[in-house]
Each structure stands twice: as C-alpha cells, then as structure tokens.
Design a protein around this ligand. Structure first.
Ligand code: GDP
Length: 267
C-alpha cells in the first residue's frame, strides 16, 4: 500500500525547522505522478506524463507519526508542522533526468530519495535477451547511487556526509504480474552489477588505462572495489541506506481499503 512507502522514508528523517523534502525519481511510467497526485489531493486521478519537475507540499496522514516525533506528546502542536514535507516529482524520461540529478547535487533540506519502479514491468532479466525495463531502471539507479557515492568520496572534509536514505518503491503490486519487493531488489542488484561492469569495460575500451580509471579510488566504480556482485548494502559505507518496499498507488488493494494503512493525507 502507498503509505508504506512513506512510513519507511519518514521513519529515518529527523525533525527540522524548514520543510524536509524528498526527491521522487524513477523511470517514466513507474507511477511517480500518480503518487504525487495522491498525496497532493488525497485521491486518485489519471496523470499526464510529467515534463517538468513539480514540488508539492504534502502532509503525512494524521495517524502517521514520523519516527523523529516519537518522544513528543501527541498533543504537541508542532506535530502538525513537522508532519508537512515537500515531495518533488522529477521526470523519468532520459533527456529530462538532469532535473533529478540537480536534486541530488543541490539538495535543499533533502531528507531522502524515493526511487520508484514499475514492478510489473521488471521481470527477472537474467534469462534470454534480458529485460529492457529492468536495464533502464538499473542504469538510472546506478547513476544516482554513483552521484551519492561521489558526494562522499569527493568531500573535502574527512567528515562523512549525513546519512541519506534511498527507498526503492516497487510500485504496482496490485498487478499479479508484478515482482514482489524482495525480487525487485535482487533483480536490480544483479542488473546494476551488469551496468557497473559494462561501464568499466566501456571506459577501458575507449583507451583509458586501468590506472587512469582509478578503480582502487572508486571514482567511477559503484560500491566496493571488488568485481563481485553489487549489493545495496555496499552503499552503507558512504552513508546511503538503501531499502526496498512494495506497494501500489492505484489498483484494487490501494484504492479503498485503508484498513491496515493510513487514510489519504490531509492538507
Ligand atoms: P510516472 O511517469 O512515473 O509519473 O508515472 P505515472 O504516474 O504517469 O503512471 C504511469 C501509469 O501507471 C499511469 O497510467 C498510472 O495510472 C499507472 N499506475 C500508477 N501507479 C499504479 C499502481 O499502483 N497500479 C497500477 N495498476 N497502475 C498504476
């Protein structure tokens, strides 16, 4: 269910005086606009393909408490204030991705990144010719994670950057063809391993020497230095906490049944 996505992200956020913001990214068609609209209006509407990033101020459902507020009284008036946050939707289209990268590079009180994928569009890519949707999602995610890793390795100070949670939201789990979240995780991890090695191979083929590539310094190499499998846990070292959760913005389970989740957000 949708609110589950946000429970997890908010859980790790800390309270602050300015509005915390979350960046919503992912391939086009993943359901980003639908999620944003859901939180903005508290209802489901058909969406158009987003061409420019939009930012909306949304509030957590009244029944949902950020983990950062757990020591506050339920009657604390600041609860209402702190529950508000900004959610920025970015276009998933390849040519428009610089908007998303801008959001990563110039964060304004950025508390977390939600990377949304269409779990029905991703099937295990390790058979046959592979799966184009999975490959594209993995490339996009690889580039974002690499940027986040550089945030840490290029830091002038020796201080580690603040922890930044990245939530991979496996959307459209209402569709029976959708991969469950744990499989979305493994599929992305193994496809990112492929992206990582083909990028390195591409650089080597283009005449860059092994020494220039500086694999040891991890300039362009995502995750640990080994050439084994990429795992999201390798991002822990640069204070990027990746988690995967499943849910659906639309569809049977998400639509009216909020019995085990939260009501639509209040403005
Ligand atoms: P975006 O390109 O990431 O902004 O994706 P959209 O929000 O435009 O959604 C793409 C399509 O997927 C739209 O037709 C949505 O109605 C549909 N969609 C979004 N979320 C879900 C979901 O949870 N389940 C199903 N079945 N369809 C969804």
């Amino acid at each position: 269910s949708v609110p589950l996505f946000l429970h997890l992200v908010i859980y790790r956020s800390t309270s602050s005086t300015t509005l915390p913001s979350f960046l919503l990214v992912g391939p086009s068609g993943a359901g980003k606009t639908a999620l944003l609209t859901l939180f903005e209006r508290g209802q489901h509407v058909e969406t158009r393909t987003s061409q420019v990033p939009i930012s909306v101020e949304v509030s957590l459902p009244v029944s949902t408490n950020a983990a950062s507020l757990k020591y506050r009284s339920v009657n604390d008036p600041s609860n209402q204030v702190h529950k508000k946050f900004l959610l920025a939707d970015t276009p998933g289209h390849g040519k428009l991705r610089h908007y998303a990268f801008d959001g990563v590079i110039k964060p304004q009180n950025l508390k977390g990144i939600i990377f949304m994928v269409d779990a029905a569009d991703i099937s295990m890519g390790n058979s046959g010719s592979g799966n184009e949707a999975l490959r594209q999602a993995a490339e996009y995610l690889h580039d974002i994670l690499l940027l986040l890793q550089k945030r840490s390795t290029s830091s002038k100070t020796s201080k580690a950057p603040k922890e930044l949670p990245v939530l991979i939201a496996a959307n459209k789990l209402d569709l029976f063809t959708a991969l469950p979240a744990p499989l979305v995780r493994t599929a992305l991890e193994s496809e990112i391993s492929n992206v990582r090695s083909s990028k390195t191979k591409g650089l080597l083929d283009s005449g860059i020497g092994m020494n220039d590539l500086d694999i040891g310094e991890e300039k362009e190499w995502l995750g640990d230095g080994g050439d084994g499998k990429f795992e999201f846990s390798q991002m822990d070292e640069v204070n990027v906490a990746v988690s995967v959760a499943g849910g659906n913005v639309l569809g049977a389970d998400g639509q009216d049944d909020h019995s085990n989740t939260s009501p639509a957000p209040q403005r």
